[in-house]
Design a protein around this ligand. Sequence first.
Ligand code: BES
Ligand code: MN
Ligand code: MN
Length: 454
Amino acid sequence: MNTFLEANKDRFLNELLDLLRIPSVSADAKFKDDVRHCAEAVRDALLKAGADLAEIHETAGHPIVYGEKLIDPALPTVLVYGHYDVQPADPYELWHSPPFEPVIKNDRIYARGACDDKGQFFMHIKALETMVATNTLTCNVKIMIEGEEEVGSPNLGLFVRDNKEKLKADVILISDTSIIANDTPSIESGLRGLTYLEVEVTGANRDLHSGVYGGAVANPINVLCEMIASLKDQNNHITIPGFYDKVLELSAAERKAMNEAPFDLEEYKRDLDIDDIEGEAGYTTVERTGIRPTLDVNGIWGGYTGEGAKTVLPSKAYAKISMRLVPNQHHEDILALFTQHFLAIAPPSVKVVVKPHHGGLPYVTPTDSLEYRAAELAMEEAWGGKKPVPTRGGGSIPIVALFEQELGLKSILMGFGLDIDALHSPNESYGLFNFYKGIETLPLFFKHYAALKQ
Ligand code: BES
Ligand code: MN
Ligand code: MN
């Protein structure tokens, strides 16, 4: 650890804890003022770190924070992206300590957003502060931290299109992904895309007495369950016609290389407390999450779910469904294929409506580019010579594909989280090791990137 970081580590941590106390939940309108308050805190943190400019940009939704430190037009420019919004903390009762009152336990920071993404984008702000304070900045830095990533970045695309000149850079650097383990550094070379939608199945025009009508009128919950169950066959292969048409199959050599990355299935099962795993036949766990598409019900409801029993034949049933996509699937094509199929399999006894939510394209970045090489060298140096393993991430950051389209820039996904950090779950946490390792590694990216660009 360098001396500046060593001397300031407690302050850096306390500043992160302050940020984690702000409940910046983008999905829930009741936190709207907190989200803005968080944007202001991020702006102030950028100024404190030595940014020449830090401003809040209004959008139709939550604000975007943008800051910059431009030292020399002859040097390369790195655009850092992150998000200060967090997922809802529900269910609150499963948290061991309140989600917005961070605590440190077993060298981990417990709070909503600890890893995703406050703990991670804050490493960039502290890395910037370190480089400015020690006069070691080797690139121009632009930082854009948005407040709507967890709701699909509905307004960021417009901001990017309207501010191409402001955002002009040579590469995008993002810390919002994971490494394999603290002793096994890795860099994600891909993200999955996403189609998210909701379905509504209606039977009779009103809730009915399940004795008077039961057995004679369609129960939309039963029908919905059958329809959903039919979307996968015994091999866990998705049955929507055309779903796999554009899926890029990897070569045997690529699959072999992918499966050489360290992965312990027993530990994986132990961590999740499951006796067995489940997934598409013919693929390993790393392949199932990295290079194969999925279809999952994220929520399902209808009828009576209150206390006690109520005999009712419900009028409506609902489900929220997500499909993770891989190259070269397109989220709009998949939405159309799903909709067409789902309407086609509905029995005439019900009416079905499919409502699209958000979507995003998958992303892959070559592992032989100059910018990937800089990330590799940075991690190698920070991990005492251990070369990072390229991995394909299962999560999605839809704006990354859009950055490529609109700005023509590749993104380097240099995240420092772990799968055990419980992102989006109760008791989300982030390791102190990971927080400090990030602050130590990011300046090395700037150093190697500037050197390679010369
Ligand atoms: N940081 C995550 C994505 C992620 C996590 C990528 C871990 C790789 C490893 C991001 O904040 C996220 O949660 N994205 C959403 C998509 C969005 C449209 C709601 C996701 O993946 O569900
Ligand atoms: Mn994130
Ligand atoms: Mn997230």
